[in-house]
Ligand binder design. Structure first.
Ligand code: AMP
Length: 418
């Protein structure tokens, strides 16, 4: 029996990778316009990095991490998200001293042991962007504008930006007490997990997927009513900046995000076309994270986009083809050999060339050319070689002409650009 892959760990097959490449290159292009530089972080970190930043009471740390002891006995974890690692790298390499304001992006796989379903996997990919070292609301607006522009560039339909402010620890303490008191009155209706959350970290009850728990939260007090003056001012400034830029958003005071490190601005992008797993991106400000992992108090804000969900939303009408510019069909031993050299020459000139290696019949090569979706086919036979010509066939119009071999590179390039 063939050994199978692991549940929730998807292969991305060649027919799909062109979309991934497109999304990644558009991200790099847009993020560069905003002055973001790529950072690459390792797959594995010390478990405590995530436990201390994301929070022990979160689903991610409590239930979902891939944690194991390595041969030295150290507890290591496959990264479930990127922000904590990026902050670690920024502090560890003294980047906060060299370039206190830093803008980084990262693209790569994350690992969470969740129940796999459409749009939810155990290995999934995120595009991350972070602004470190800036407290100003302009950083919040900047990261949101970049996220929205990127999604617009990809023509993602039916998306809505939702905003909330989670305040700072000083606003959160009285809110936590209030929500705890409110929910204690309804304790019997809460699921077992939420009963536990009620004592450990009552805000996490907002993450619960169970309808019964969500129903109890219907008229719960909201954090926005507990913001102190600074946090309220910050949030108003962020909204004002977004309005200036014509970016539409809705307030969602019940959105708390599944990670403990968020402070002040928190946001999600919801896609109408995704079904149950409808959050395509999420993020927020994390002004306490650097301190949580042993560093100085450095503010930050960022987002993570789920690539699998983003790719599900890409318009089917957009062309993501890996088709060659031209297919080279040859007839006879000598033409096969010469054609092989010609293919390398044309590639050297920047053309994508596909060919048949097996000396199949012309009919079979034409079938292969058709499948490859190449718009042009070059047919090279003994006779053409002898005369220094090649037959150029336009697959759309089904017409063909003879072109001198020496001119074929330029001719194809002109056709490609035209
Ligand atoms: P989070 O890091 O939980 O804030 O998630 C940010 C984004 O990553 C979400 O909005 C999703 O698009 C994506 N995401 C999170 N978990 C998964 C998963 N298990 N499978 C696929 N995408 C995910």
């Amino acid at each position: 029996m063939i050994i199978k892959g692991i549940r929730g760990f998807k292969d991305i097959l060649p027919e799909e990778t062109e979309k991934w490449f497109f999304v990644e290159s558009e991200a790099r292009r847009i993020f560069r316009l905003f002055g973001f530089a790529e950072i690459r972080i390792p797959l594995l970190e010390r478990t405590e990095l995530f436990a201390r930043s994301i929070g022990e009471a979160t689903d991610i740390v409590g239930k979902e991490m891939y944690t194991f002891r390595d041969r030295d006995g150290d507890s290591l974890t496959l990264r479930p998200e990127a922000t904590a690692s990026i902050m670690r790298a920024y502090l560890e390499h003294g980047l906060h001293v060299k370039e206190p304001v830093a803008k980084y992006y990262f693209i790569g796989p994350m690992f969470r042991h969740e129940r796999p379903q459409k749009g939810r996997y155990r290995q999934f990919h995120q595009i991350d962007a972070e602004i470190l070292g800036v407290q100003d609301p302009q950083a919040d607006a900047e990261i949101l504008v970049m996220l929205v522009r990127f999604l617009e560039t990809l023509k993602i339909p039916n998306i809505a930006l939702q905003l909330n402010s989670l305040g700072c620890p000083a606003c959160r303490e009285p809110y936590r007490a209030e929500i705890q008191a409110f929910l204690r009155r309804k304790q019997e209706g809460l699921c077992e997990d939420c009963q536990r959350r009620l004592e450990a970290n009552p805000l996490r009850i907002f993450d619960c997927k169970k309808e019964a728990c969500q129903a109890l939260l219907g008229d719960a007090p909201i954090i926005l009513d507990f913001l102190d003056e600074d946090c309220r001012g910050h949030f108003e400034d962020v909204q004002g900046l977004l309005r200036d830029l014509g970016i539409s958003f809705a307030l969602n005071p019940r959105m708390v995000r599944g990670l403990d490190y968020y402070t002040r601005t928190a946001f999600e992008v919801i896609a109408g076309d995704l079904g149950a797993q409808n959050a395509v991106a999420g993020g927020g400000r994390y002004d306490g994270l650097a301190k949580d992992i042993g560093g100085p108090p450095i503010p930050g804000i960022g987002f993570a986009i789920g690539m699998e969900r983003l790719i599900l939303l890409l318009d089917g009408a957009q062309a993501f083809s890996s088709r060659p510019d031209v297919f080279l069909a040859t007839l006879g031993e000598r033409a096969k050999r010469e054609g092989f050299s010609w293919a390398q020459r044309l590639r050297g000139a920047g053309l994508r060339v596909e060919l048949d290696y097996e000396g199949k019949s012309l009919k079979s090569q034409m079938r292969k050319a058709d499948r490859s979706k190449a718009p042009y086919v070059l047919i090279l036979g003994e006779d053409e070689l002898h005369r220094g010509y090649v037959t150029l066939r336009n697959m759309a119009t089904q017409t063909q002409e003879e072109v001198p071999l020496a001119e074929i590179g330029n001719r194809l390039k002109n056709l490609k650009m035209g």
